[in-house]
Design a protein around this ligand. Structure first.
Ligand SMILES: Cc1ncc(COP(=O)(O)O)c(C=O)c1O
Length: 437
C-alpha cells in the first residue's frame, strides 16, 4: 500500500522529507565486545608478538581468532593482519608475484585490490566487470591473460559472489594463483560454498564499515602451509622463528609490521560469533526492500541468482537515465532530500586515477611500471573496461543503510522515498525540459 507521503510534494522541490532523523549508526558495539576488550586490557598484553615461535605466531587472542576464522570456513590456516590491504599485499607476495609479473584485478573495486599488487612491484592489469553483479567478468579475465600473468584477484563486491567456477577453471588452465578479495563479503556463499574457500587464498577486511569488524583488521585464509608461512613472514619483518629455537632476527625476505593487536582479535572473536546473525539481518532488510520497492524500467535492484548467498554489504542498484527519464544525480539528490543516504558508488574505474594515468608509484621514474624486468605493455586507456566506466559515469546507485541495527520500519522510509521520487519523475522531467529549452 502506498504511503500518504507519496502524494506530498518532493522534498527536493520544497516539500516535507519522508525522514528527518538519521539512520541508526553503524556498527553496533555490544557488551560482549566491551567485555572482551577489557579482558585484554586486564591481561596487560595488547600485542604479544615476541621472540619465540609462539610469539612469532602472535598473541593468544590473535591465534584463537585465526583458528576460529579458519574453522568457520573449514580451512586450515588463518593469518591475521592489521588490515585487508596488508593481507592482500602479503597474499600477492606469498603467491610469488613481483617485479615483471602481472596480476589481473577488476577496476570497479576499492583502491587496495590493485595497489596491493603495486606494493609488491607487480603490475595490475584490469579486467572488466559484469554489469549486473559488478564482479569480475570471467571472459574479460581470460582475455587479459598474458605470458606474464601470475595471479588473479576476483573481488566479491558489495556482498555478491564473483563467478568462481569459471574463474577457477580459467585460472587452473593457465596455472595462475587465485586470491579471493572477500573484504566486502564474509559469510556469503557461491553454490553452497563459503567465499574464500575456493581460491589459493582469500583475504577479508574487518575495517569498521564491514559486515563484521574489529575497527581495523584483516585475515588471510588458506589450506597451503607454505603460503601461510610466507604470509606470516611478510607480516613480521620477513622473519620466521622455528619451533624450539629462539629468535635470530634473521630477515629471510622483505617484510613489514602488519600485525594485528590482541584487542582487535578479541573483538573479532566476538564478531565472528555474530557474523551469521548480522548477515541474516542484512538479508532480511534487503529482501523486505526487494519485495516492496517500486518496479520501473531502468531501475534494477540487487540480484541474488539461484545458488548464491548475497550478504548485501551495500544495497547496489543500476540505473538507466534514458529509461527512467531523469539523470542519475537528480534521482540521488531527490532521495537524499527525502532523508535517504544514497550515492553513485565508486566515482571512477581504478585506472582513471592519477596513480595509473601518470604511472608513478615508487619514486619519480615510474617504478614499477618502467622496471626493466617488466616486458609487457599494460594499457590504462579510457575504454579498456567499458562496463566499469559506465557504472561509474552514470549507472550505479548505492545505499549503505540496509544493515543492522536498522529495522523494517527504517526500510519503509526507503520504500516511501523511492515511491515518492518515482511518482515525481514526470514533474522533474518537465522541469528539466523547461530549463534546457
Ligand atoms: C574490496 C576491498 N578490498 C580491500 C579493502 C581494503 O580493506 P582494509 O580497509 O581493511 O585495508 C577494501 C576496503 O574497503 C575493500 O572494499
Amino acid at each position: 500500500m502506498k504511503s500518504t507521503a507519496i502524494a506530498s510534494k518532493l522534498a527536493l522541490l520544497g516539500g516535507k522529507p519522508v525522514r528527518s532523523t538519521p539512520f541508526p549508526p553503524y556498527p553496533t558495539i555490544g557488551d560482549e565486545e566491551k567485555k572482551a576488550v577489557m579482558e585484554v586490557m586486564d591481561s596487560g598484553h595488547l600485542s604479544s608478538f615476541s621472540a619465540s615461535r609462539q610469539g612469532f605466531l602472535g598473541g593468544e587472542k590473535v591465534q584463537a581468532f585465526e583458528q576460529a576464522f579458519a574453522a568457520y570456513h573449514g580451512m586450515t590456516f588463518g593469518v591475521a593482519f592489521n588490515s585487508a590491504t596488508s593481507g592482500l599485499h602479503a597474499a600477492v607476495a606469498a603467491c610469488g608475484a613481483g617485479p615483471g609479473d602481472e596480476v589481473i584485478v577488476p577496476p570497479y573495486t576499492f583502491t587496495a585490490t590493485a595497489t596491493a599488487v603495486l606494493h609488491h612491484n607487480a603490475i595490475p592489469v584490469f579486467a572488466d566487470v559484469d554489469p549486473v553483479t559488478f564482479c569480475m567478468d570471467p571472459r574479460a579475465f581470460e582475455a587479459a591473460i598474458t605470458p606474464r600473468t601470475k595471479a588473479v584477484i576476483p573481488v566479491h563486491l558489495l556482498g555478491h559472489p564473483a563467478e568462481m567456477d569459471q574463474i577457477m577453471a580459467i585460472a587452473r588452465k593457465h596455472k595462475l594463483k587465485v586470491i579471493e578479495d572477500c573484504a566486502q563479503a564474509p559469510g556469503a556463499k557461491y553454490k553452497g560454498r563459503l567465499l574464500g574457500t575456493m581460491g589459493d587464498c582469500a583475504v577479508f577486511s574487518f575495517q569498521e564499515s564491514k559486515n563484521m569488524m574489529t575497527g581495523e583488521g584483516g585475515m588471510l585464509i588458506t589450506n597451503d602451509p607454505d603460503l601461510a608461512e610466507s604470509a606470516r613472514m611478510v607480516r613480521n619483518h620477513g622473519e620466521t622463528v622455528v619451533a624450539g629455537e629462539v629468535r635470530k632476527y634473521l630477515a629471510q625476505t622483505i617484510g613489514w609490521n602488519y600485525r594485528m593487536t590482541e584487542i582487535e582479535a578479541a573483538i573479532g572473536l566476538v564478531q565472528l560469533k555474530k557474523l551469521d546473525g548480522l548477515n541474516d539481518h542484512r538479508r532480511l532488510l534487503a529482501n523486505y526492500l526487494l519485495k516492496r520497492l517500486p518496479v520501473i524500467p531502468g531501475l534494477r535492484y540487487p540480484v541474488e541468482p539461484a545458488e548464491m548467498h548475497h550478504v548485501y554489504h551495500v544495497f547496489g542498484m543500476t540505473y538507466d537515465a534514458k529509461q527512467v527519464g531523469i539523470p542519475r544525480q537528480q534521482f540521488i539528490q531527490a532521495l537524499v532530500a527525502e532523508g535517504i543516504p544514497a550515492g553513485s558508488g565508486y566515482p571512477r574505474p581504478l585506472y582513471h586515477n592519477p596513480l595509473f594515468q601518470e604511472r608513478m608509484a615508487y619514486g619519480k621514474q615510474g617504478c614499477p611500471f618502467t622496471c626493466h624486468l617488466y616486458q609487457g605493455t599494460v594499457s590504462y586507456a579510457k575504454g579498456i573496461c567499458p562496463v566499469a566506466e559506465d557504472l561509474c559515469a552514470d549507472r550505479a546507485l548505492w545505499t549503505f543503510v540496509v544493515r543492522p541495527p536498522a529495522t523494517t520500519a527504517d526500510m519503509d522510509d526507503i520504500i516511501h522515498a523511492f515511491e515518492k521520487v518515482v511518482e515525481a519523475i514526470p514533474e522533474l522531467k518537465e522541469q528539466n525540459h523547461e530549463t534546457t529549452v
